[in-house]
Design a protein around this ligand. Sequence first.
Ligand SMILES: Cc1cc2nc3c(=O)[nH]c(=O)nc-3n(C[C@H](O)[C@H](O)[C@H](O)COP(=O)(O)OP(=O)(O)OC[C@H]3O[C@@H](n4cnc5c(N)ncnc54)[C@H](O)[C@@H]3O)c2cc1C
Length: 537
Amino acid sequence: MPERRYSAEVVIAGGGIAGIVTALELLDRGRRVLLLDRDTEERFGGLAKESFGGIFMVGTPEQHRLGIRDDPELALADWRSVARFDPEDRWPRRWAEAYVERSLEDIHGWLRQRGVGFFPMVHWVERGLFRPGNSVPRFHMVWGTGHGLIEALAGRLLEHRSRDRLRLLFGHRVERFESEGGRIAACSGVTEEDGEPFEARGDAFVVAAGGICGSLEKLHANWYRPWGTPPPVILNGAHRYGDGKLHDAVAELGGGLTHLDLQWHYAAGVHHPRPDRERHGISLVPPKSALWMDAEGRRFGPMPLITAYDTRHLVETICRSPHQYSWQVLNWKIAVKELAVSGSEFNDSIRDKKVLAFLKDVLLGNPRLVRDLVDHCEDFVVADTVEELAARMNALTGEDLVDPETLEREIRAYDDTILRGPKLHNDEQLRRITHCRQWRGDRARTCAFQPILDPKARPLIAIREFILARKSLGGIVTDLESRVLDRQERPIPGLYAVGEAAGFGGGGSHGRGALEGTFLGSCILTAQSAARSMTDG
Ligand SMILES: Cc1cc2nc3c(=O)[nH]c(=O)nc-3n(C[C@H](O)[C@H](O)[C@H](O)COP(=O)(O)OP(=O)(O)OC[C@H]3O[C@@H](n4cnc5c(N)ncnc54)[C@H](O)[C@@H]3O)c2cc1C
């Protein structure tokens, strides 16, 4: 019997946003809660704290003010279009329906009541390429990014009127759950620091331990086979403890796991300039005016790659290309105006709520960011001529894959199309740039048809981009109350799963693809449902 023994009415494994919201809702209802997290206290909040803080919501006042008419029916049609659910995806479908119905009250209203504010501009991401995506803008940025979101929610938790009913223990790794008399009655594990065993007993247990994408082993084992073999380099944009070990523990109890091969990766990953975990990557918001090229310096085509339409298509195209990584070729002017990085770390003006600095970044671009990445990220190369650029690209990879003449020909063909004038822009990338610039949220951050070789816009920049693993779309199967279901779809008494661990609800509420911003929102909804199920019956 371990010396460290704890007890509470509800034990939560994982202190990301899903765990925090579960705890908040339980405290609101007077429950005694123990929250165990492997990580250190500074990282309380998990991935949400690092996140951009974009949240998909439907029919909000922000949309209304911008003249966007949206409703759950339209949003559900868009969701289903990108999800492409399998016929047997009963719970994932129901979670998708629940999301679009509940987002206004249970995400927007709930967060507003807890002091979270949103940016007035709603962004338009995942617009759809070969099938409909977001018909209208729905990506609402939290003022303060994910950092501000967690600051608000964790702050509420720590100052809760029932704070004495909450115990937070960091450095505690939960490893298994114990069943007694057909009900989960305890969990056990070890402390990170000294490997000391502990046991926690309770009436209910919540798995809020995130996804599986932090483990290369799990990624390889669950790689989506239609895309061929996994790329030799996959950067880690997920949680360092997102190893899926608690998924395995749930499976040992008979809990269902589904769709682990459906993951939401990004196509423009580069090495973190200051890594703090193995293969640590950051996800660039890829400049729309850059040329996206394969490892040999040939532009992807016939449909050129451009962001804002279909992330899964970008990832799939690169995974199917011979070397499974890509280049974006651009110039300094484009980089300053368009380059951004997803997450709170590289968006300090929004994170720190500095209005003037933010407006300056939008209007004048962000040279600080470009300078930082050029100086400190190993995947950026800079040169004055195409020949020199190709030589540096080859030096970086250690392979002579990029032929300078081919590279120059590809760039010139694109530039020549631009120079013929907008009426003759017979190029899919330019048509999409036109479309993006029609929405105010994108206009300020998208160049008006900038030729790459423009001498006034140099130096030239090439960015080597890898697939970056981020979110697990599949996971532990749950019902609409976030109760873990066994393989016969019966609830396992006393066991719940929320957030990314539950494939964001039902074991895969996104199906094959996401409309973006749905991850944070789903963490909130699944957590609320678990807490309400435990307390309201
Ligand atoms: C840079 C970045 C930008 C993003 N931007 C957005 C965005 O704009 N919009 C959006 O919707 N989503 C975004 N996301 C995704 C979103 O942040 C995550 O999907 C979400 O926060 C997952 O929350 P979670 O609570 O389920 O899991 P996590 O945040 O992964 O938290 C899991 C917690 O469980 C702990 N844990 C793991 N294993 C154990 C164990 N065995 N025992 C105890 N504790 C354990 C971990 O230490 C961690 O604290 C972004 C993510 C990143 C990294």
